[in-house]
Write a protein that binds this ligand. Structure first.
Ligand SMILES: Cc1cc2nc3c(=O)[nH]c(=O)nc-3n(C[C@H](O)[C@H](O)[C@H](O)COP(=O)(O)O)c2cc1C
Length: 371
């Protein structure tokens, strides 16, 4: 049986986080993941997409069992209640990913207020709806809210500097996200093999949990993360390609079909994003290089004319809508580098069991390497 600080702190069976993957819903995926003994994370950022990406917003409402007319706060509440109800039998542990960047703050407020209200009204909800997972912003201002409401707090960072800021803020679970990661990836290409041990060394205390994200997808990579001193891993792309995942069939199958060197980095709504390679994403990378080249050297596209940014954003939106509609020719789909190591689309529980079983075998056998 794998043991780690992660399981003690979070209360899950296994030291694995199923990643939030907004603006797409991960509601069904979070339910399946929590029921499989890992930390299931719902995505909430689609709450901001009602007007800008109506198609994605509709899919988000449907996953929550709500209608768009009910309004964003009610959709979020229904999503939380659905996850709570459907993880009761297995006593699954779950949480929500909330983007806390400046432009998302009004939406973050709605999500976090709803989370706190529901938890305070129901002790059982409080016990299992445990984790507030903040991303894409400064963690420091959220410390008081988290502590006052007895939440377990996770935050994702792409650097040692970010990890140290999390430690200062009192974050419980620091997720170090390497450049292999799917979709929004770091501005500077530091990969998990470098970032994860560097964050483990920099944090170096008994109370903070450190997890790796980016490239983790099986028993080998889970064992490697634990050997590098991490307490667990977070996986997006691996869970995206599962039976229960909320993603469109074309998207899931494209991860399974991806081969050697399957991804490319190009612009993605707000910064660098990792996409599965296709004619459409190749063209997008060429346009990024032409119109927003700073993205490849870590410089935000502040000097790019708004009209050009709008065109690139429209292209991304249209391509994602095509992916969701099953239009392969015009689709562009985000995924991590590990897509090239994923060749099947199992049930979430089978992914978890296989992964944990393999990691245990590897870790037990590792002592044989020492003469
Ligand atoms: C399609 C997709 C959408 C994502 N959206 C978000 C998001 O909204 N917020 C976030 O913090 N991370 C997001 N991520 C990153 C994941 O949370 C996770 O850190 C990443 O997928 C880990 O790398 P992996 O894909 O190699 O497993 C997304 C990833 C994917 C593949």
């Amino acid at each position: 049986m794998l043991k780690s600080k992660f399981c003690e702190r979070v209360g899950t069976k296994y030291p694995i986080i199923q990643a939030g993957m907004g603006p797409f819903p991960t509601t069904e995926l979070a339910i399946a993941s929590a029921n499989a003994g890992v930390l299931g994370i719902m995505s909430s950022s689609a709450i901001a997409s009602q007007d800008t990406m109506p198609h994605i917003y509709d899919v988000f409402c449907k996953a929550a069992g709500a209608k768009r007319e009910e309004g964003p706060a009610a959709v979020i509440e229904k999503m939380f209640i659905k996850a709570f109800e459907q993880t009761k039998d297995a006593q699954g542990i779950f949480g929500v990913n909330v983007m806390v960047s400046a432009e998302m703050l009004p939406w973050a407020k709605i999500v976090i207020e709803t989370l706190i209200r529901l938890r305070n009204a129901n002790p059982e909800m409080k016990k299992r709806f445990k984790v507030l997972y903040t991303s894409a912003g400064d963690p420091l201002p959220w410390g008081e809210t988290v502590k006052a409401n007895d939440l377990t707090w996770a935050h994702i960072v792409p650097s040692v500097k970010g990890a140290l800021r999390c430690k200062k803020a009192g974050v419980d679970i620091i997720v170090a996200s390497g450049h292999e990661s799917g979709f929004h990836t770091s501005w500077e290409p530091v990969h998990s093999m470098i970032l994860l041990p560097a964050v483990v060394e920099a944090i170096n205390d008994d109370k903070t949990v450190v997890c790796g994200a980016g490239g983790f997808c099986d028993g080998k990579t889970l064992a490697a993360a634990l050997l590098m001193g991490a307490d667990g891993v977070q996986m997006g792309t691996r869970f995206l390609a599962t039976q229960e995942s909320d993603f469109a069939p074309l998207w899931k199958q494209s991860v399974v079909d991806a081969g050697d060197r399957a991804t490319i980095v190009a612009r993605g709504f707000v910064g660098p994003a990792r996409w599965l390679k296709s004619a459409r994403s190749d063209l997008h990378a060429q346009n990024t290089l032409k119109y927003s080249p700073g993205l490849y050297i870590g410089v935000p596209d502040d000097d790019t004319p708004q009209e050009t940014i709008d065109k690139l954003t429209d292209y991304e939106n249209d391509s994602i809508n095509a992916a969701m509609a099953g239009d392969k020719e015009n689709a562009m789909m985000a995924a991590g580098e590990c897509a090239q190591r994923i060749n099947d689309m199992p049930m979430v529980n089978d992914v978890v069991q296989q992964m944990v079983g393999d990691a245990e075998k590897i870790l037990k056998g590792a002592s044989a390497l020492v003469g």
